[in-house]
Design a binder for this molecule. Structure first.
Ligand code: 2NL
Length: 340
């Protein structure tokens, strides 16, 4: 037995001598000291020894085990050191090489504009609502009191998918959905993409962006409309901004108006931005038509409300002094990177 474990030791030390990498070292450890290792198996035979022999062989076996373990530990440290040095040699960086320039992006001017408007209305307690861009005609026209024969419904103006399905021409259907699903009071805006069959030119695009707003509660008046939209104009264009409401006509509101603001560039004197009028047209608005309230399940004798709608692309190009709407949709980096 003594001879056998001494032989195992000699074999093991010889094997360790040959080891050149960590993986092989581990294999040697398993071969001799593992659960089914040579030394382990040999020691299982100790039960057959006499009581005189057992402590002597036990002591020897422990010494050998320790010797092997120590040897493995030393080898392991040496190999790790060697591998680390090799890795360091391989990963040398030439700090004199020219760097690679990182292109950093920026938000699209339209996104910046939409974010700014959202912030303003969030600050006034409005919620932001979204809805489908493909809509039922009833949501896009009927519930909004748009007459069957109205030209806006024409195939010439609107993208029809089927008789009763269109690409939404405004974001009002989102408001219709919210009114039908929830109870007043409501204060919401709905920004998003809308579609009309316009030919592309400097001021038109078949895909553009709109934001509508809606407030419904008991006792809402035209005074609330004017106060809210005047505050909005001051936050967007500056404290000194004045607003003016001109009568207008929409099917979904009565009375209706358009709101102009004093030109943020010249302050109202007249310049290129405002085509020398001193005023910039910003949005359409009005008191929600009783027919619309009824169609959306709200009793017009109990509740009233106001609504407004504005073109986001137009606001963005006016604010940034962009002269051609097409620039917003072409995604030319030479243009977009000017808004960093
Ligand atoms: C414009 C004018 C407007 C509305 C949109 C609206 C929506 C509902 C009920 C009543 Cl659900 N009105 N929206 C009202 C007035 C004007 O948009 O010039 N948009 C670009």
């Amino acid at each position: 037995m003594e001879l056998e474990i001494k032989l195992i030791r000699d074999h093991c030390l010889a094997d360790l001598n040959e080891v050149e990498e960590l993986k092989a070292l581990d294999n040697v450890r398993i071969k001799y000291l593992g659960k089914k290792g040579a030394l382990t198996i040999a020691l299982k035979g100790m039960g057959k020894l006499s009581s005189e022999e057992r402590p002597i062989i036990g002591k020897l076996a422990n010494e050998i085990r320790e010797e092997i373990e120590q040897n493995i530990t030393q080898q392991k440290q040496a190999l790790e050191q060697k591998e680390m040095e090799a890795q360091i040699r391989e990963e040398v960086i030439d700090v004199s090489l020219p760097g690679k320039k990182h292109l950093s992006g920026n938000l699209h001017p339209l996104t910046t504009t939409i974010n700014e408007l959202k912030e303003i209305f969030l600050g006034m307690g409005f919620t932001i609502e979204e809805g489908p861009e493909i809509e039922w005609t009833k949501y896009n026209f009927d519930y909004l009191n748009v007459p069957k024969e109205h030209s806006a419904r024409d195939l010439q103006d609107t993208f029809y998918y089927k008789d009763d399905i269109v690409l939404r021409t405004q974001t009002s259907p989102v408001q219709v959905r919210v009114m039908q699903e929830r109870k007043p009071p409501l204060r919401m805006i709905s920004p998003g993409r809308v579609y009309r069959t316009d030919e592309v030119d400097a001021t038109h695009s078949p895909v553009f962006h709109q934001m509508e707003g809606l407030v419904i509660d008991k006792g809402i008046t035209m005074g609330d409309l004017k106060g809210t939209l005047d505050l909005f104009a001051k936050k967007l264009f500056g404290e000194q901004t004045k607003t003016k409401f001109r009568p207008h006509q929409f099917y979904f509101t009565e009375p209706s108006a358009e709101m102009d603001v004093t030109c943020f560039k010249c302050g109202g004197v007249g310049c290129k931005v405002c085509s020398n009028t001193g005023w910039i047209e910003v949005l359409g608005c009005g008191m929600v038509h009783p027919n619309v309230l009824k169609a959306c399940g709200i009793d017009p004798d109990v509740y009233s409300g106001f609504a407004f709608g504005l073109g986001l692309d137009r606001i963005a190009i006016t604010k940034y002094g962009i002269t051609d709407l097409r620039l917003l949709f072409e995604n030319d980096l030479r243009f977009l990177s000017q808004f960093k």
